[in-house]
Unconditional design. Structure first.
Lengths: 236, 723
């Protein structure tokens, strides 16, 4: 059984999260401030931590920094601060994911599972030898079997969606405009107005992302195009 | 308490220091205090030796005068003292006559055997001058020979006075050696053949016994040297002995001895006692001086260390006195003024003390010490005040110079808000420098030509400049204050938004989570299910409302980061429509799009523009008539690109377009549909922040929204295409 440490100064929130996670079969440890969390981390084997930012005493950011000195377990920050700056700060100091309050409990559970899968399973898989396997974070595309998995979970894509995603994954980090995507997938010049590509992209996002409005892989660069976020190799 | 004790000890130490200096300086005639300490005994001191040497001179005076005035051991009044001519007649004058003559002129010998001239006189000096005589012989000047007829002409009074001077000396020496018991014994013996003469003040003692006294000088005619146990023997003993020799080359013996126990009450004993007392006081003075100097230094250091600190050691703050709030340089100036005042005050003060107590000995000492004390009383608190302000780290900030500099800085700062920095310096410094130069010139003129007009103009100029500077300073500080307050209120607003949003979101999270948990309990009661549905819906609406509210306040107060980049207007609209495809499908709305056939590049922040378009499209879904068409167009004007979204409202729009973009105003007055009523307000604020224009127009049921944004200029485009 995997152990998850939940740390928030609001006891009801900790209680609610613990109910959901227990329901999913996790063992839950509770902490109500940063010092508690560090204490529990020192005495128990913890597989994943969910931590609030604004807490009395030691806040979430400093706690995360402290934990990162000794441990590489997945850390999900749960915060009422939804500004881009806050998210960037959280992710930069070593958190693996950032969820804003109020959150959807199902999304939280999904993200917890995804982080754990990546940490326990994919993290141990060596580099794929096959040249036709493309990975980007937890997203793996096997061009031989045309299989797509996200954090180990298979995803079903239509051929067009698959081609679009493959184009983006092969060129991770590069931004493709709607026209460019259209030209390379349909092999013909885009004729004026059409939002077909945009619709396909949204469908792909709904399939591979936990929260399509806050995508981890397939990002919308508004007014420019779409791209797959280039991610570091696992385990780094 | 510690400070009071240290202060009291310090004050006492300073007073003691002055007292010890007083002890050391007072009574110093010819030697320093250190000298008297170094020479431990009177009989080895140079004072003693010089006194001995004086006494030896007196002895020879005595030998000389004894022969002159005495006959058989008593004063011979009939002895002829002088011979000469008076009015061409030879005349001789006895001692008796001369004394009487002198007495008639008011001369007499006082109780110290000194010649005084203020006795009752029957003969005035003018009358005496008429009694001219020519003196050819004077007994006290046996070797005198007149060399010319004019030599030796004097008045009777002068002769009498001269004689009396010698007589006074004779009496003085006699009283020194014979009238009282003395510690000094002498023996002088001259002999030739069977004639001999002896001068002594102690007939009982032999020369050998005299030489056995503590200190001695002896010699005789067989010896060329003077035997003595003094450090330096008087060098004139042998010449004097020979000069006084009545038998020219006869034998002589001479001995002087001083009983160093000083049993007799004479000048030696007195001097020895004075010397000892002086030495004791010098030693005590030096000890006191060192003790009080060390004490004063230590207590002063203690006071400096304690200054500003409260009684309780654990309290680390520095406490200031009202004096410390005064500008430091002003206090220094006041102190300098006090220094001058103290110098003037001291003589006046001492004068008034003298009036009460009588004349003070050692005026110089009192003057120095009183003016020192007056200065010191002010100096110590001032020093401590400076130490305190230094400790509190406000020494520099408290000075007038700092305040003036601050004033100038304020002025420059405020002026820099409205004009370039160079100009503000220029505008401040130039008039001030110019008027200062003018004032100097005028004052020089005033001093050179005594021109009152120039002086008045200078004063007027000074006050005008002062007034101008004061008002500019007022304006400057006012402006700076306003700017600072603006900045502060902006930050407060941002903080408020963050805090309020945090405080709203935290309970909301629990509400949403627990409503969800309740739903999972699968309660069979249909009414509970109904209630839960309401709770679920409303809590989610509250969530949207909170998020929108925060966003709206941020957008309207300008607390958002805007990063303007070049983006394709058509692209973002297509992307947005792609996102809304399903929603429009469920709302049964048909989209009619029209884009120019080339990319329309605008300068905007993609994420914020997406929020604007999202809000507009959301509104279409909420308020557009079912099974109608939504027209989305992008058109270009000269330097701007316009996105137009048109739709038919499902309910009658009886409010003005202006009202629609107000916060919390919604298309349906009943406000039953979901939505916060903030969408358009947010869209408008965000568009404005991107230097764009957001226009809503209503024509019957036709609802039209326009988002107008600046296009990328050709220049920018060109540079991009070449790069």
């Amino acid at each position: 059984m995997q152990t998850i440490l939940v740390c928030d100064d609001d006891k009801q929130i900790v209680e609610a999260i613990s109910i959901y996670l227990t329901g999913e079969g996790f063992n839950v440890l509770k902490a109500y401030d940063g010092y508690d969390a560090l204490d529990i981390m020192g005495n128990n084997k913890v597989d994943l931590m969910i931590i609030d930012v604004m807490m009395p005493g030691l806040d979430g950011i400093r706690t995360t920094l402290k934990i990162r000195e000794t441990s590489s377990i997945p850390i999900i920050i749960l915060s009422a601060k939804g500004e881009d700056n806050d998210k960037i700060l959280g992710l930069n100091i070593g958190a693996d994911d950032y969820i804003t309050k109020p959150f959807n409990p199902l999304e939280l559970v999904a993200r917890v599972k995804s982080q754990l899968r990546r940490y326990t399973q994919l993290g141990n898989i060596g580099d794929p030898q096959n040249d036709n396997i493309y990975t980007c974070g937890g997203l793996v595309m096997n061009d031989d079997t045309k299989e797509v998995t996200v954090d180990g979970e298979p995803v079903r894509l239509t051929p067009i969606e698959y081609n679009i995603l493959l184009l983006l994954v092969k060129n991770a980090g590069k931004v493709f405009s709607i026209d460019e995507i259209y030209t390379s997938i349909w092999n013909e010049q885009a004729i004026g107005a059409d939002n077909t590509v945009a619709v396909h992209i949204r469908h792909i996002r709904e399939k591979i992302e936990i929260n399509p409005k806050e995508p981890r892989y397939l990002k919308v660069v508004w007014g420019v195009g779409y791209k797959i976020e280039k991610q570091d190799k696992d385990g780094d | 308490m510690k400070k009071i004790i240290a202060g009291t000890i310090h004050a006492l130490a300073v007073l003691m220091l002055l007292f010890s200096i007083f002890m050391l300086t007072l009574g110093t005639s010819d030697k320093t205090a250190l000298d008297s300490i170094r020479q431990p005994e009177y009989i080895t001191s140079s004072a003693f030796e010089s006194r001995v040497s004086e006494s030896v001179n007196d002895i020879f005076d005595y030998i000389n005068l004894k022969d002159l005035f005495e006959k058989k051991g008593t004063l011979d009044l009939n002895q002829v003292i002088a011979q000469g001519e008076r009015n061409g007649q030879p005349a001789s004058y006895s001692l008796d006559y001369l004394i009487k003559y002198a007495r008639s002129m008011g001369y007499y010998l006082n109780d110290k055997n000194e010649l005084a001239d203020d006795g009752p006189a029957t003969l005035s000096h003018e009358e005496d001058l008429k009694n001219k005589i020519r003196v050819t012989y004077r007994a006290y000047m046996p070797d005198y020979q007149p060399s010319s007829p004019a030599d030796g002409i004097m008045s009777m009074g002068q002769l009498a006075r001269e004689t009396l001077t010698y007589l006074a000396k004779y009496y003085a020496v006699r009283s020194e050696f014979f009238d009282h018991a003395t510690n000094l014994k002498f023996f002088a013996y001259y002999a030739q053949g069977d004639k001999s003469v002896t001068y002594t003040n102690d007939a009982v003692m032999t020369p050998a016994q005299i030489a056995d006294l503590g200190k001695y000088i002896c010699t005789n005619s067989t010896n060329l040297e003077v035997r003595t146990n003094l450090k330096t023997a008087p060098s004139n003993v042998i010449p004097l002995l020979q000069a006084r020799n009545p038998y020219d080359n006869g034998d002589y013996e001479f001995a002087v001895g001083i009983d160093t126990n000083f049993p007799a009450e004479d000048a030696f004993q007195e001097a020895a006692h004075a010397y000892d007392a002086r030495r004791r006081s010098a030693i005590i003075g030096i000890i006191l001086l060192s003790i009080s100097a060390i004490t004063a230094a230590v207590t002063l250091a203690t006071l400096v260390l304690l200054a500003g600190h409260p009684e309780h050691a654990e309290d680390n703050r520095i406490y200031l006195f009202p004096l410390d709030k005064l500008p430091g340089d002003l206090v220094l100036l006041m102190f300098a003024g006090w220094f001058r005042a103290a110098d003037h005050l001291t003589p006046a003060l001492l004068d008034s003390i003298e009036l009460i107590l009588g004349s003070l000995p050692a005026w110089d000492f009192w003057e120095t010490s009183v003016s020192f004390l007056l200065k010191y009383i002010i100096f110590v608190p001032l020093c401590l005040s400076i130490v305190r302000t230094y400790k509190a780290d406000v020494l520099w900030h408290n000075t007038l110079i700092y305040r003036i500099l601050q004033l100038v800085r304020y002025y420059i700062h405020a002026a820099a808000l409205t004009a370039p920095k160079f100009w503000s310096y220029f505008l401040f410094l130039l008039p001030n420098a110019a008027s200062f130069a003018m004032i100097v010139v005028l004052l020089i003129r005033f001093f050179q030509h005594q021109s009152l007009f120039a002086f008045l103009v200078a004063v007027a100029l000074f006050f005008i400049m002062l007034a101008i500077d004061f008002y500019t300073w007022r304006i400057a500080t006012g402006l700076t204050k306003a700017v600072n307050e603006q900045v502060k209120s902006e930050r407060l607003k941002a903080d408020l938004i963050t805090n309020v949003s945090h405080d709203l979101k935290t309970p909301l999270t629990s509400i949403i989570n627990y409503v969800d948990l309740l739903k999972r309990e699968h309660i069979d009661n249909p009414r509970v299910q109904e209630y839960l549905a309401v709770l679920d819906q409303k809590s989610n609406r509250l969530k949207t409302l909170t998020e929108d509210l925060v966003e709206a306040s941020k957008a309207s107060s300008g607390n958002v980061n805007i990063t303007l980049t070049e983006i394709n207007y058509s692209e973002i609209v297509m992307q947005a429509l792609g996102e809304f495809e399903d929603k429009f499908h469920t709302c049964k709305l048909e989209i009619v799009e029209h884009y120019p056939d080339h990319p329309v590049m605008i300068l905007a922040d993609g994420r914020h523009l997406w929020r604007v378009i999202e809000n507009l499209l959301n509104n279409c879904c909420k308020y557009a008539l079912r099974e109608s068409r939504v027209y989305v167009d992008i058109s270009e004007e000269d330097s701007r690109a316009v996105l137009t979204i048109k739709n038919i409202s499902s309910s009658p729009l009886n409010i003005s377009p202006e009202e629609l973009t107000e916060r919390f105003v919604r298309g349906d007055v009943s406000r039953t549909t979901e939505g916060s009523g903030l969408g358009l307000a947010i869209a408008k604020s965000l568009t404005a922040l991107m230097h764009g224009q957001f226009v809503i127009s209503i024509d019957g049921d036709l609802y039209k929204a326009e988002v107008i944004l600046p296009k990328v200029t050709n220049k920018a485009k060109l540079t991009e295409s070449t790069s």
